[in-house]
Design a protein around this ligand. Sequence first.
Ligand SMILES: NC(=O)c1ccc[n+]([C@@H]2O[C@H](COP(=O)([O-])OP(=O)(O)OC[C@H]3O[C@@H](n4cnc5c(N)ncnc54)[C@H](OP(=O)(O)O)[C@@H]3O)[C@@H](O)[C@H]2O)c1
Length: 321
Amino acid sequence: MRAIVYHRYGSPDVLQLEQIPTPTPADTGVLIRVRAASVNPIDWHFVRGMPYGFRMMSGLRVPKETRLGMDIAGTVETVGAGVTQFKPGDDVFGVCRGAFAEYASTPATALALKPANLSFAQAGSVAVAALTALQSLRDKAHIRPGQKVLINGASGGVGTFAVQIARSLGAEVTGVCSTRNVGLVQSLGAHRVIDYAHEDFTQSGQRYDIFVDCIGNHPLSACRRILAPKGMCIVVGGQSGKWVSPMDRLIAARAMSWFVSQNFVSIMAQWSQSGLAFLAGLMASGQVTPAIDRTYSLAEVPDAIRYLETGHAQGKVAIIV
Ligand SMILES: NC(=O)c1ccc[n+]([C@@H]2O[C@H](COP(=O)([O-])OP(=O)(O)OC[C@H]3O[C@@H](n4cnc5c(N)ncnc54)[C@H](OP(=O)(O)O)[C@@H]3O)[C@@H](O)[C@H]2O)c1
């Protein structure tokens, strides 16, 4: 089968489309004929091995894992002996290591059935970004109807899901984006949109119960100003640096909580079958629809990653296999 493979860190130029053996699923695993995938910032962190601190996990000198891609949608080809939940022919979506390939194997617990109203490109764009948004809002912030929620980076992969999920859970949603994305964020259901080119949301005097920060372009002390006295700031992402950023912001957020009345937390999204099933329900009922910006072929994964790396994608960037 053909797969995107890399053997050293570097720019997306190090990615190659190679012939490799088709994986065999473990007893608890599923082999999927991949129909679509999508790129996430974590993919270019893996390719570049940046920040350097990241290499403690991904391999110090060369990447430990040569396959890339985490979001997947496709059709079940075979299942391991211990899998009863899925059968060959089922259309599924979820999380996987090595999704940029014609076939990929992943634990059954990392998958859910694809809602019939979703295309493969849409379903393949869900997992990492939507689980991050869901786990931030529902599991960290315990979002309740009527709460005021601010999403910084509302036009990105995580943000486009966060706006829709917060709205579907009954919150009053404000999204922060640039002028060209105001229409997109409004169409996703935001009650109010702040154009960052014209307004600094930390200076508005508004207070929010929940602040989901996908960008990290304001000091945490400024973020504190916009929180209600018992409000929560969830640090999802931050500005990338050479050594540890954005990891340092995630750690600083936790430390900040010890000194102030508001809650500052960071999130590291978890693979969760119940989360995927919950998202499938929201998507089947039309409350959440993945916003796809561009699509690329498997051979064009390096271009897709280059585009995402600009930091200006509008929603998700899909890979059609
Ligand atoms: N903690 C976790 O588990 C987790 C999981 C997933 C992602 N992340 C992190 O979360 C962050 C967001 O991920 P993503 O997938 O949403 O990234 P993304 O899709 O690449 O985000 C791009 C979006 O950010 C917007 N943006 C750029 N600068 C902005 C600014 N100053 N203010 C508001 N919006 C701005 C861009 O809009 P314009 O071009 O119009 O500015 C674009 O729409 C990344 O740092 C990623 O590493 C963390």
